[in-house]
Write a protein that binds this ligand. Structure first.
Ligand SMILES: [Zn+2]
Length: 189
């Protein structure tokens, strides 16, 4: 089912993050397969590509999983990378990366309101690392496994974690795998 997609699990900072990303990517694939079935569009057809652009251009009409699945299937006409994954200098990739955040986010049952928004942002940051600073990345990436499990940190918790992360160098931010490691390093400063 994930054939053809880039397998970048080995680069994730922790097994927990790899599992969370893998689970969400499987949900993307499922959401896309459902849309194709609903519209009677064959996978791999030119109609699928046309549908992908339609979805990418109207993100507010679809769940974010469908939008991200569409982006994964499109090629940027300017830089030839997978759409949104091109270099920071590609304005078309930057445009579609920004547009994706207009997609619909519906909280799952029995999670704090805003959990789904936090998941979709953390997932987008983790999969578009080059667009974000090491400090921004580590904050979102450490959060993602807990978010998928249905948690949502309070504002105070998020601010406390951010204060600790700000004591780390950018290199350390990319190397640490858990919040416990952040706390241990921050204590030495
Ligand atoms: Zn591009």
């Amino acid at each position: 089912m994930l054939g053809g997609m880039i397998d970048h699990r080995w680069t994730w900072r922790s097994p927990a993050l790899a599992r969370a990303i893998g689970a969400l990517e499987a949900e993307l694939e499922l959401a896309w397969a459902r849309l194709l079935a609903e519209l009677d569009v064959a996978p791999g057809s030119s109609e699928e590509t046309a549908l992908g652009w339609l979805v990418a251009d109207s993100p507010d009409e679809h769940d974010w999983r469908v939008v991200d699945a569409a982006l994964d299937r499109l090629t940027c006409p300017f830089c030839a990378a997978t759409l949104t994954r091109g270099p920071a200098t590609c304005h078309r990739c930057a445009l579609y990366h920004g547009m994706r955040f207009a997609a619909r986010e519906t909280d799952r049952p029995n999670v704090p309101p805003g959990n789904e928004h936090a998941i979709r942002v953390s997932f987008a940051v983790a999969r578009n690392r080059a667009r974000y600073t090491p400090r921004a990345r580590v904050g979102y990436e450490l959060l993602l496994p807990g978010l998928v499990a249905g948690e949502l940190p309070t504002t105070a918790q998020a601010q406390a974690a951010k204060a600790l992360i700000n004591k780390l160098t950018p290199e350390e931010c990319d190397q640490i795998a858990t919040l416990a490691e952040v706390e241990a390093l921050a204590r030495t400063r």
